[in-house]
Design a protein around this ligand. Sequence first.
Ligand SMILES: *Cc1c(COP(=O)(O)O)cnc(C)c1O
Length: 477
Amino acid sequence: MLSKLKRLEQEAKLLEPNRKTRVSLAQEIEQFIQDFFDEVSNSPAYQADHYRQSFLSILETPSLRSDWLNQLKQYVINPGVNVTSPGFLGYIPSGGLYISALADYIAAATNCFAGAYFISPGAARLENTVVAWLCQLIGYESTAGGTLTSGGSMANFIALVAAREEKDLPACNFSRCVIYVTSQTHHSNIKGLRIAGLKEAILRYVPVDNHFKMKTHLLEQMIKKDRRNHLIPWLIIATLGTTNTGSVDPIKKISDIALRYQLWLHVDAAYGGFFILCPTVRKIIQPMSLADSITVDPHKGLFLPYGTGAVLTKKVASLLTAFYYNEFDYLPNKNDLLQISSTSVSPELSRPFRGLRLWLPLKWYGLGPFTAALNEKLLLTQFLYHQLRKDSRIEFACKPQLSVLTFRYHPKKGDANKFNEQIFEKIKADGQVFFSKTQLDHKTFLRIATLSFRTHLDTILLAIDKLYWAIEQINKT
Ligand SMILES: *Cc1c(COP(=O)(O)O)cnc(C)c1O
């Protein structure tokens, strides 16, 4: 038995390389990363997909070639939409701050257990500090709380579960519960309701105005009618920065209605939340502090790599009610805790130490460059809007409220939907910039969403050039 143990130990120890091996591996990867960052400002926003299965397939024995990093780049990193390119103007752009990548390296290597205060008090305290900072930023009082999540979808889901538990809704009442959304509500909320067991609840789509904002007088009428019909108006989901047009629902008015009829107000600010830093739009954003729960997405508005969202609730107690669990023998009692553990306010236990990737850039740079970058995005969008407005063939879905511009081109002849689809395809195939497209009232619109910290004036000028280049190409054929 002892000789067998020795043999197994010998083999298992391959998982713990010595310093020389570590340094050489790290240097190889470091070189690769530095090349990536040197090239990223000129990298295309879209590349065609190709892959080699033999590179991906996992075998019993080591199966990487010495040029594996190049293969990784070729078959894994490059294909498809390149969200790190400054020319990526589709969907909601994300970031990929270098300093956060380094923070992730530290977090993964040291593998701190940030989920529970008694296991890693330092990591838990850091995350609680970051969450408290987020709460303060959006205007919550000290009774607020929250947790860092993998992204906005998970944050929305957690908020909906907290809302369900706070109301203490028995399942037999779900089918009488009414939830108010609009056609512009992000689908992750609807999905979140389903996975929270609420698919039987009644979903009411409150009509939107011509800026794609919820019509609050209709919201109130619907709630009154539902009450009269003995239903249970329960939850309003408002959006601060819709995906299609970047529209901001009138949060103050919605909050007044939520208070009057005692509904839970969730504000999905995954895209728009961090524009609270920008004086020109603060007025429409500030009322989010009236919400019972809020989703923000630091991997959008604070330019972090994917994997960081946050859910905040006006009262931390709402999260504890939904997620605290003390029946494990090996976890300490709630009363033993000097600080909140994230496991007490979220569905997760073991999880990555997410706080570090958010904390380090804020400590390193301060808020200044983040605020500047966000102000720049708003101004770039206004610039783009004013440039495109000179062309009478361009129709706008609405005036841009944040940093999404949604528009369509009216060709001299032929079907406008088809023409805009063609513009989208041409620009995608060219690859230098990437727009996205959407449908509003059965019309195809193009979207330019400016949120990457790498997107500056030169990219927006390039985007305009590419738009007219694409139009010319299509007109020629
Ligand atoms: C991006 C986004 C989401 C989803 O967030 P993920 O981080 O992609 O899970 C939800 N709501 C809105 C408004 C968004 O912009």
